[in-house]
Design a protein around this ligand. Structure first.
Ligand code: AMP
Length: 144
């Protein structure tokens, strides 16, 4: 299965972004409103400059919770996120996430972000793929 098929299966393929000069408190509120675990951080011109996930905020809260309303997203985001293209496979995305130990991957076409997949999207797509394989094997065994 290709990443573009994973994007097509998502109920809502919207990339949620926040500007680099917004605070961590604003980022936390946006993640709750949008029910997402990661935000792509964009410059004033709209270019993607980083990624900020629940894990970054958790780490920040453990040490500096008092500064949530003062610290900017750009100060704690991971810069220049690792990305994947829509023609990559599910296995390639899984390998990147496993090796690099993160759960979110922006999907790009050239220099444009066209989606964001999470480990949850991958697991769901894998289950679908496995169910289809099982069905074909069952049909094959029955008709053989
Ligand atoms: P996650 O497991 O996705 O919540 O992220 C764990 C850590 O990896 C956090 O510090 C994230 O900012 C960072 N991270 C997540 N996704 C990416 C990515 N695609 N490229 C670079 N860093 C990332």
């Amino acid at each position: 299965m290709l990443i573009k098929e994973v994007l097509e299966q998502k109920a809502k393929n919207e990339v949620i972004t926040l500007e680099v000069n917004k605070t961590i408190l604003a980022a936390t509120q946006k993640m709750c409103e949008e029910k997402v675990g990661a935000l792509l951080i964009v410059s004033e011109r709209g270019d993607v400059v980083g990624i900020l996930t629940e894990r970054d905020i958790l780490r920040f809260c453990a040490h500096r919770s008092i500064e949530l309303g003062k610290t900017k997203t750009g100060e704690i985001m991971s810069k220049n996120p690792v990305v994947i293209t829509a023609d990559a496979t599910l296995d390639q995305a899984e390998a990147i996430m496993t090796e690099q130990r993160f759960r979110h991957l922006p999907v790009v076409a050239g220099d444009k972000v066209i989606g964001l997949i999470s480990i949850g999207d991958l697991v769901k797509a894998k289950l679908t793929e496995t169910a289809v394989e099982v069905k074909y094997l069952r049909d094959y065994i029955i008709t053989a």
